[in-house]
Every structure is written in C-alpha cells, then in structure tokens.
Design a protein around this ligand. Sequence first.
Ligand code: GLS
Length: 792
Amino acid sequence: ESGERKAKVEKMFGFMDAFLKNDSFSLQKDILDHVEYTVARSRFIFDDFEAYQGLSYSVRDRLIERWHDTHRYFKKKDPKRLYFLSLEFLMGRSLSNSVINLGIRDQYADALNQLGFEFEVVAEQEGDAALGNGGLARLCACQMDSLATLDYPAWGYGLRYQYGLFRQIILDGFQLEEPDYWLNFGNPWEIERVHVSYPVKFYGTVEEEGIQGQTIKVWIPGETVEAVAYDNPIPGYGTRNAINLRLWAAKPSDQYDMESYNTGDYINAIMDRQKAETISNVLYPDDRSYQVALQINDTHPSLAIAEVMRVLVDEEHLDWSRAWDITSRVFSFTTHTVHVEALEKIPVDLLGNLLPRHLQIIYEINYKFMEELKSMIGQDYDRLSRMSIVEEGAVKSIRMANLSIVCCQIVNGVSKVHLDLLKERVFKDFYELWPQKFQYKTNGVTQRRWVVVSNPNLSSLISKWLGTESWIRNVDLLAGLRQHVSDPDLQREWKMVKKVNKARLAEYIETLSGIKVSLDAMFDVQIKRIHEYKRQLLNILGIIHRYDCIKNMETSDRRKVVPRVCIIGGKAAPGYDIAKKIIKLCHVVAEKINNDADIGDLLKLVFIPDYNVSVAELVIPGSDLSQHLSTAGHEASGTGSMKFLMNGCLLLATADGAIVEIMEEVGADNMFLFGAKVNEVPALREKGASLKAPLQFLRVVRMVRDGYFGFKDYFKSLCDTLEDGKDFYLLGYDFASYLEAQAAADRTFVDPEKWIHMSILSTAGSGKFSSDKTIEEYAKHTWGIEPCKCPF
Ligand code: GLS
C-alpha cells in the first residue's frame, strides 16, 4: 500500500470510509453512468435488461469497494485463512442478494423508480449462475454467504465453467437437455484478473536427478494450460466484509496445442487440475508464511492433496515426513454421500498418463499408510485391501475418499444420521482405526437468500413480531416466534403472507402451463433432482391413488376431499434412463388428471420445468406442504427441507438425513413422518420378495403397467423396478404409511388454525438449520479460524 497515494487521495477527496454515496440521486447518476459508459447504451433510451446491467455494475462498484477494504484489512491483520475448495458453486442470481446484504435495496428501488423502472422487473432480467448440480453446490453458495456475514477470512475456489448445468426442456413430456450459455449476455458480477494466471501442467514423464548427493524426482510435464482467475465478490450482511469467490477459467497457454485443447473430455480433466496449482500458490507466497486451512468439499478437489505434497517435496525440497505433516494438518474433508458406489475413483492408467508425478506421490502415501496399518492390525489382508487407497481389480483405481481420509485429520459428515452411517457402513474400517477423526456438522442454508430475498413479506412479518431485524444475523432469535404462536393477529398476518405467495406461484404456474389452480387448495411440492432414492415415483403413485379414490367416490364424499395442487420439479441426469421415465410418467399422469373435468379443482398435477435456484425462490414461499421422501439411509442430509421449514411450510418426510434433527427441533407432531427407519431398511431388504406390497400399491402400479396413462411399453422397465423382490427403494413397503401421512396432512389442512400454528412453529424451530450455525461449527472445530471484521 502506498502511503503517499493514500495521502493524495485523502487530500483530494477528503477522508472517507465509503467512497461511493448511496443517496437516491447518486445511485441514479451511477446507474445512468453505467448505462452510458459501461453498457454503451444511451442514458435516454434503455430497456429493462440494460437497466439491469447498469444497476448491476453500480452495485458491483460498491461490492468492489468493500472487498478491497476487506482484503486490505485481512492483509494487515494476517489471520489464519480458510481456502474452501469446491468444484461446484450454485450461486443463482446475485443482484437482489447483493443489495440486501449491502443494506441498500430500498435506496436502489427508489432510484430505479425515479428513472421509470421497477426493481422486481429489472431483477428478473438476471440469469442464474448454475455452476453445480444440486444440494452440494447450493450448500457451498450458502456457506460463502455465511462466511462473509460472520466476517471469516475465507476464500472460495472453484471453476468458471463455460456452460452451467444444462437447461431442461420438456417436449411432449420428455426431458431434453440444452446447453446453458450463461455467459452469453455477460456477467457483471465477475472481475476478470488477466494478470492472475498460472500455468497448469499435464502429462509428461518423471525423471530422477541427483542434487547434493540426493536423488530427487523431477516432473517434466508434456503440456501446459493457463488458469486465469475470475473474482466474484461475496458481500456479508450487516458488515463491511466482502470476501472472494475465485473461479478459474482454463485458457490455452502459448505453449499449448490448440487442437487438443478443443477436445471435450480433455478440457474437463484440465479444469479439475486448476485449484491444485492455486493451492500451491496460496501456501507459499514469496517470503510470507500464511497459516491456512484447506477445506475439500467432497472428494472432487482431493487431488489437491497430492499437489500440495508435490510442491512441498519436489519444489520446496522438504523431506517427506515434514511435507506430510504439513499437508495432513492443513486439509480437512467433508463427504456428502452415503452411497459407497458414489465414492469417486480415478483409474490408475488415466491418472498416470495425465499426472504421472501425482500418481507416484499417491502410491507413496499409500505404501506408507499400508505399512503403518499392518503394524497396527497385522496381516488382515481383507481389511488392508478394503482400506488401501489403491483398488486392485479389473480397472485398477485410486480411491479418492480413502486418500482424503488418510490425509485429513478431520472428516466431516453433513448430518447426525450421516455420521452414523459413515461409522457403521461407508467408512467403518477407518472409523475403527481413527474414531477421533470423524465428526459431523449439520448442513444449513442462509436465511438471507431463503427468507429475506425470496420471501420479503414473511421477512418483514418476522421482524415486526420479533421487534427486530437481528434474526437475519442471529437466527436463534427466530425461536422468539413461539411466544406469539397463538396470537390471532400473527396467525391472520401469517396466513395472508402465505396467500400472497401462493398467488404469485399460481400466476407462474398459469403462465408456464396454462393451468389455473385454486388458491384454496393445498400447494404440495416436491422439488429436487430426480433420483430413484428421492422417490418422486412414490409421490406420483400416491397422486394416482388419490385420483383413483376420487374417481370411485360418491359425489357426497367428494365434498370432504381436500383440494390439492401437486407440484413436482427437478432435473434428471442426462444418462439416467429411469429418472427420465419418472419425469415422463409425471407428465402423462398430469395430462389425464388435469383434463378430467370430473375432478376439477380437487386435484391438479404440475411439473415445473428447468428447476433452478430462482425457481426455488419462487416456489418455496408459496408452498403449504413439501415432500422429502428418500428411502431412509440414502440422503446424507438434504437441504431443501430446511428452506421449506424456514418459510413455514410443513414437511412430509421420512426420518432420513437432516430430517431427524429437524424432528428434534420442531417436534415430530409438527411434521408428517412416515416410512421405514434407517436401521430397519437393511433387514427389510433382506426379506426381499417376501415383503409383500399392499393392495393399493399393486393397484396403482398395475394402472401404469396396463397403460391406463398410455406409453405402456415405455413404462414397463419403470414398473419392473417395483416388483416384489426388486423394489430396492422400498416404495411398496412404505406406501401404506405414506398414504397415512398424506391423510394426516389433509386432516390438518382443514383445520387452518392448527396448520398455521404448525407453520409458525416450523419457522420458529428452523434456527439450527442456518448455514451460519454450520460455519461457526466448522470454524471452531475443524478449521480453527477466527472472525476478522473490517471496520466500517
Ligand atoms: C449431496 C447429498 O446428496 C445431500 O443429501 C446433501 O444435503 C448435500 C449437501 O451436503 O450433498 N451430496 C451430493 O453429491 N449431492 C448432494 O446434494
């Protein structure tokens, strides 16, 4: 920092903490300046999109200012930093979140108004940054928001994918995928750092060289790619701190052969390597010695371990044990799955070709680990081979989870149930060896995005009844709603907010599908990735059952039916055939029900296409009930449930993942629970074909099988998965209790006072599931970092 420059600036402009002004006139001028000079449209004629651009650049200026100040402050204080590595960050939109966190939303809304624009309309112009698949990626986005808000000195590192998650198009009820050209219209939220770039090396050979009587390994790489940084400032709420999410883009380097750069798979491999180079830069910058914690979000970035070892041993010439000591103390690892088959493996041939030196290092780590293990457990070869980092077999592979566990001193699960499963099943051998390594941190979501941004009416209502906005930073305060739960005024206002949100959702549904839905109906929602274990099929079969019952009812009984609007949304992985059939089934069932005049408003089924963060922001506040149906023991945590809970939607769920902890917080009598428990599932599976499904289940499956909804041949393989003995996800077994839970939800819905009561208690009990809590736990018990708050 140049003291002379600082003095000059202060002399010219006077001393000011904030350079930019936030009064309405300054903001208007700023937006117009950006429209004129950055967007290069006339300040007299511009449309909503250009207004969005001008506005975003103006907001970005304010972000940059805080972000500079924060980093100057971090530099001055030099606290231990966290580097959070993840291959996926699902940030969604930035505008609304930024202005709220900066505390200048109303000022901007007013400024726009003066210019003849409406904030909500302008904000709708922004596309989603969808650099991730689902829960895991959105979790990282929530955690970045919490890290910034709680003033932790943290950096996020990820990849700047040219294309985000595919766009889901529905054609005749079938899912089609289209590329997400998210950068086509520019991205005002990022700052390209052309000067922050590193060569990332691949291929080549490893040679031995003698230096001062010692033989050292020298990697002679074959090809180089340039990694260029794009910085994305992340503002905290109620603080001046703004941290950085640095996303790396791969660019061909001078030495690079353009032809191989343009071949698809290779680029992916290159992308996976970028963070590792960055880590090496972060650990040993010049002559400074930072203290750092490096968090590996799932195994995807775990090659970083081998890279840090390579830098320490080959480039810094540390001896192996010193290098290993450092590496194993800086890294921590969070696993996000319960599925052993989902644990990442990299074929040795591939790794050896792409990164020969890294493979050698991993072999060396494994050799030392195996020796140590033998000395502890003796010649138990089965166990040795299960725990080995190298998997022998048809395709010899590196088990990235084993590498991560061997290296990291702390291995985190994402819910209490998840930790139990890690100990008992997934990593049993490792748990027995190192019980002290295994911990869990319950996942959480940020109340800033999921209540303040997406449900402003509820947010104001909560603040009004709590008499403070402090819950936006201190979620524990939400529990204060409990004392007002029986107040008729709160109940009335709470109901009103829900109604307004439902109206907004109904309008969206009508625009999308032409289907008019009744606001008096229960809005019943299941939105998440389509997966067999998440059991959207159970939901659809339940809807068929409901339809069938209504059809067979006397007219007088129909009056007692609670009207429902069933809403399903989610993407199926492009190669996941069964998941795609579930989407198609949803559409054919919807077609039948929605066009049955005899059913009218009693039942509607809507599939919301292209589910993403922005869609969730609209759907969640407008839901009455949400469904979380995973077969117990399959969902590591689940974070959708937390977003619904905060918004006062009741949950219909199995006792899986974080639901078990939600139950502890809000009480089982405030939810609709059903299904086999985690510890019952293995024994039920053992029973196989002798586990007879109930008649109602057989009947609805038969309707699909017999072609009642058409596409008989197409659905055959889907129905086959439900046969006795093949029903791995236990839809048949859980069906009866599922219907009972649904009936309980219906009975409660007709008692609005009770429903609202439960709804308020849901929000009141949601504090534990804020990502602020998760981050505080990580900071204390895993990373060992302290807040570093930049003065205002
Ligand atoms: C996931 C799990 O499947 C979810 O249960 C979990 O909530 C999420 C975040 O921890 O991580 N793992 C994964 O690979 N995708 C997920 O969403």
